[in-house]
Design a protein. Structure first.
Length: 342
């Protein structure tokens, strides 16, 4: 064989091998992209348009924790198909809640030396309406059923409710005029029927009433105890109602509070259980969820709760009946800070 055919054969072989190599790289990149989107066995996520407005179809919105390009973004799924493909909004939040066409998004602002935080009020297209500086690490937030108020809690010091060395700051803002009460500790606290003052008062975990924009519930901690308090925005007051209540969540009909309760005798690192308090009788009912819960549950109906527990992606969403019957059931993996719309 002369030199020219040999060179031709060599050139063809190089081109074939190059094509195979490029194809392998493209296939691997495609699989990697699929892995980012689908998390291989985890929830599938796709970009799209998320609306907080009522559409006629009930939806579940929450912070997506599936690994990939849409991690930490607010996503939506049909409420009756929570394991369906998630539509991602592109808006990232550490904590999120929504109601009546408004959202509250607690965000990190990454700086060259340290992160700062802000509370962002969103419209029904998840566009920013107004923002407030948040003076610590985000932990809880809520939108009132009317959409007229938003609330958020941050850790000013510490990053857990588990010990006694933390300090919180809770604010309530009015979405109609943007007035903000930036520290509910300045409200008058009525404890056991009398005005009460102490240096160690902390307030967190606001939940709003559906029938009265002026009314809310929250947790107050002081003197080594926690209390459910009833709040009055106009009167700037907090009144204790019941002891050993943390992170309350008011039922849609306004008759019950879901909350985490410290159960004596349990280990200090797994001390909270999910309970429900009947506000008419003050009777406490333990739910069938037997695991440690450190979340502010939401009500999917007047009889069912939704909440987050630790999972492979950071947290998963679970549900349990509010009356103590049944058992806890997984709703969807890789989710946090849920809200129902519609």
């Amino acid at each position: 064989m002369n030199r020219a055919p040999r060179l031709l054969i060599l050139l063809v072989a190089v081109l074939l091998l190059g094509g195979v190599g490029a194809g392998a790289v493209l296939y691997a990149a495609d699989r990697s992209g699929q892995k980012d989107q689908e998390q291989v066995g985890g929830p599938a996520v796709r970009p799209g348009q998320v609306s907080l407005a009522a559409t006629g179809e009930r939806e579940l919105v929450f912070r997506n924790l599936a690994w990939g390009p849409h991690r930490d973004e607010v996503v939506a799924v049909p409420a009756d198909r929570p394991d369906g493909v998630r539509t991602s909004s592109g808006v990232k939040c550490l904590r999120f809640h929504a109601a009546a066409g408004h959202g509250i998004c607690l965000q990190a602002v990454h700086g060259p030396l340290e992160d700062t935080y802000r509370a962002v009020v969103l419209d029904d297209r998840l566009h920013e309406l107004h923002s407030y500086p948040a003076v610590g690490i985000p932990t809880r937030d809520r939108v009132s059923p009317s959409g007229h108020h938003v609330a958020w809690t941050v850790f000013v010091s510490g990053d857990s409710y588990g010990g006694s060395d933390f300090s919180t700051r809770t604010a309530i803002a009015d979405t109609r005029d943007w007035h903000v009460d930036d520290n509910l500790e300045t409200y008058t606290l009525i404890k056991d029927g009398h005005p009460y003052q102490a240096h160690d008062v902390n307030v967190w975990g606001v939940t709003f009433a559906a029938t009265d924009d002026n009314l809310f519930y929250a947790t107050v901690a002081t003197g080594g105890h926690t209390y459910l308090v009833k709040g009055d925005i106009a009167a700037r007051s907090l009144t204790t109602l019941h002891e050993n209540v943390e992170c309350p969540s008011l039922s849609p009909d306004g008759t019950k509070i879901a909350y985490k309760r410290r159960v004596p005798g349990l280990p200090s690192d797994a001390q909270w259980r999910l309970y429900v308090l009947d506000l008419r009788t003050m009777k406490e009912t333990a739910t069938a969820e037997q695991r440690q819960i450190d979340d502010q549950a939401v009500w999917s109906s007047d009889s069912t709760l939704l909440y987050a527990l630790p999972g492979d992606f950071g947290a998963d969403l679970w549900t349990v009946p509010a009356d103590g019957t049944g058992s806890a059931q997984l709703v969807t993996k890789a989710g946090l800070a849920p809200a129902y719309l519609g």
